[in-house]
Design a protein around this ligand. Structure first.
Ligand code: MN
Length: 718
């Protein structure tokens, strides 16, 4: 007794109660080796157990559905993993079975397939807009790593459509529309004609039940009367081919209802124009024979001018190959004839799935991605003529996307580049949203703004009035739109800050000369601006604030005292309040804080950089006294400034934590700790702190110095 027979003998009786698995095994037996049948039987047992007690809307046991899905794929001769995954595709989602169990029993690849199908089920199509459907299709394709996931999903949808009758009318229509909008086009894009045609007809049937019935009846009627003619012409073709010694099958072709309906809608023609066309398909052994057959049928009936298409030489975009011609048949009836090889016929039916068809002799270890690439490479080869490179390019992009697709809270789909964050999303929605965003939710949970988004997530941005973009965002945003908007905002901000600072610097320098902006007057100002080649005061102030032009020289120029006179030490200081923004910064070499004696150094493009008077770097800058401005601190500054201290501590366990706790007790945040050196009995630690002023720092240093394991504390000056 053969192995398959043994398996079959163990299965439930050959009645409806066998859940269709008997038929499945019989189909698989025709192309899969025995040991693989055993795995599939085990999957059936696993699935039947998991789904035990569940029923479909039709009243049947639930397991009949996954078995039917597997049957569909078995008829396409797909490999054992795809079939196993099809049988298990609803177990993780709908039963207590876990992915780990599946991985353990059926291997990680099957588990990945099941997981992929479950994930696709989780994304919901929420709108009917055409552009939305297109994005949704792309999102689905973007989510899959193995094309077999989509094959299982398409077969799943097909069986659900077949059993849709049991659903309420409203739901039927929604699912039917979704099938026509999303699933049939995916099947078409992947060249799987067999699934596409069935999905379209079932979608049409449930979306427009009345139109479907009328069309079906009309077609049946005409087919009844056509039968004799089709038979007669088929025989004519066959015997003409036999006369030339050519073997081949002639098939009277069934029309696909949805394509007839679409043709009628597009061309606004009568039913009779579309229905009274006789379709034939001739399958020949090889390409040469196809052309020979074409000659034969053209010899029998006159071809209709302009209707001959050579899709063998120039294949269709999804890889479809065939010769198409229309003949003037008896009494002028049009005869549509397709001629192709068996291989072309198979490819036309399965498209990308053909690369997953089980081949006994093949020991391919190609990864899922590679196999899909093989299919694309095949298409590309077929497309040498270059007719539809653009389409091919877009299929490629769809299957190997560098984009992700996420939902807005309203259910609109937003495409973003891979690695995009919630900030990119905010800017993609609107620049204003991006500029004011303060927090984000992904799938209704709060996440940090820098969170990378993944396919199918729902993203919501929380904005606040008066919120501003953070320059830090530039370190993680991925989109040009976000980057440009943040930079633009920084530039605007900097420009308004530098205008303020520039005006103050100029005012101060004018005061040194016993003058002021008011004393200079509009006329002199206008003349001076023209001479400097500037449009207005604002431009002048901005240049001054950014350090691109020096205030003392400009002041003398405006006051007319001549630029060549000596640069005098300024008497009035620039007062720093810490709120000047990006045009005033604090040197990272000496970390000045309020209370320190400081100087300002004008750096072109960066404005004023504040240094402590005893900073070691000052000597380098002394050569350019005109760039130095005297600055003083505003009284009672309520801000925090970065500052660095160094400690020598005894090497005792927990000493670092003790120092940190003492610093925290003094009301300071530690931004950074570094171990600068470790000696036999002591370590040198460096802390970057946030302090208010010198008094605050002194208090911290005193507390640290008093600790028993601290030998020395000092403020660093590089
Ligand atoms: Mn299902």
């Amino acid at each position: 007794m053969d192995y398959a027979a043994t398996i079959l003998s163990k299965l439930p009786g050959a009645s409806k109660r066998d859940h269709g698995v008997r038929r499945l095994i019989e189909t698989l037996q025709s192309y899969l080796p025995e040991e693989q049948l055993a795995v599939i039987t085990a999957a059936y047992e696993f699935g039947a157990n998991a789904h035990f007690g569940q029923t479909r809307k039709t009243g049947e046991a639930y397991i009949t559905h996954p078995v039917a899905v597997a049957q569909e794929l078995a008829e396409m001769h797909l490999d054992a993993q795809a079939i196993t995954a099809a049988i298990l595709h609803d177990t993780v989602e709908d039963t207590s079975a876990s992915l780990d169990e599946i991985a353990e029993q059926f291997g990680s690849e099957v588990a990945l397939l099941v997981d992929g199908v479950s994930k696709l089920d989780q994304i919901q199509f929420r709108s009917h807009a055409e552009a939305q459907a297109e994005s949704f299709r792309k999102m689905m394709l973007a989510m899959i790593e193995d094309i077999r996931v989509i094959l299982v999903k398409l077969a799943d949808r097909l069986h659900n459509m077949r059993t849709l009758g049991a659903m309420p009318a409203e739901k039927k229509k929604r699912i039917a529309r979704e099938t026509l909008d999303i699933y049939a086009p995916i099947a078409n894009r992947l060249g799987i004609n067999r699934l596409k045609v069935q999905l379209e007809d079932l979608g049409f049937k449930h979306l427009h039940p009345f139109r479907y019935r009328v069309l079906e009846a009309a077609l049946k009627k005409s087919q009844g009367s056509q039968k004799q003619i089709v038979k007669k012409i088929s025989e004519e073709f066959s015997s003409a081919m036999a006369d030339e010694g050519i073997e081949g099958d002639v098939i009277g072709r069934q029309k696909h209802l949805y394509s007839i309906y679409r043709k009628m809608a597009e061309k606004r023609c009568q039913l009779s124009d579309v229905v009274d066309v006789y379709g034939f398909r001739i399958i020949a052994d090889d390409v040469n024979t196809c052309y020979q057959v074409l000659g034969i049928v053209h010899g029998l009936y006159k071809p209709m001018p302009g209707r001959f298409k050579d899709y063998i030489a120039i294949p269709r975009i999804n890889g479809y190959q065939s010769l198409h011609t229309t003949l003037f048949g008896p009494k002028g009836l049009p005869l549509e004839v397709q001629i192709r090889t068996r291989e072309m016929d198979r490819l036309a039916e399965s498209g990308v799935a053909s690369h997953w068809i089980y081949k006994a002799d093949e020991k391919s270890n190609a990864s899922p991605q590679q196999r899909t690439r093989e299919w694309l490479a095949n298409l590309e080869e077929l497309q040498q003529s270059g007719t539809s490179e653009e389409f091919l390019e877009s299929v490629k992009v769809d299957l190997f996307p560098d984009r992700i697709y996420v939902f807005t809270p309203k259910g609109d789909i937003m495409p973003l580049p891979k690695g995009a964050t919630t900030v990119d999303f905010a800017y993609a929605v609107h620049t204003g949203i991006g500029n004011r965003c303060v927090a984000a939710k992904v799938n209704r949970g709060l996440v940090p703004l820098r969170t990378e988004l993944r396919n199918g997530q729902t993203v919501e941005v929380i904005t606040a009035k008066g919120a501003k973009p953070n320059p830090n965002w530039l370190t993680f945003v991925r989109t040009a739109k976000a980057r440009t908007a943040i930079r633009q905002h920084m530039k605007n901000l900097r420009s308004s800050e530098s205008v303020d600072l520039g005006k103050r610097l100029l005012d101060r320098s004018l005061k040194d000369l016993g003058s002021s902006l008011r004393k200079i007057g509009k006329v002199r100002m206008a003349a001076a601006l023209e001479e400097l080649g500037l449009d207005n005061n604002t431009a002048l102030f901005e240049q001054l604030g950014l350090g691109e032009r020096l205030a003392p020289l400009t002041a003398r120029f405006l006051a007319g005292t001549g630029e060549d006179s000596d640069v005098r030490e300024s008497t009035a200081s620039l007062i720093i309040a810490g709120t000047e923004g990006m045009v005033v910064s604090y040197a990272k070499c000496c970390f000045p804080i309020p209370g320190d004696d400081v100087m300002g150094y004008l750096t072109a493009g960066r404005g004023v950089v504040i240094h402590r008077n005893q900073c070691g770097n000052l000597s380098n800058f002394r050569k350019q006294p005109e760039k130095w401005i005297s600055v003083t601190w505003e009284k009672d500054i309520e801000l925090e400034f970065a500052c660095q201290i160094q400690t020598d501590t005894r090497n005792k366990p927990g000493v670092l934590a003790e120092v940190a706790a003492t610093i925290a007790d003094c009301g300071s945040n530690i931004e950074q700790v570094e171990v600068l050196g470790r000696h036999e009995d002591c370590s040198v630690l460096s802390f970057l702190l946030q302090v208010k002023d010198r008094a605050h720092l002194a208090k911290i240093m005193r507390s640290v110095r008093n600790m028993k394991n601290v030998i020395r504390v000092s403020r660093e000056s590089a």
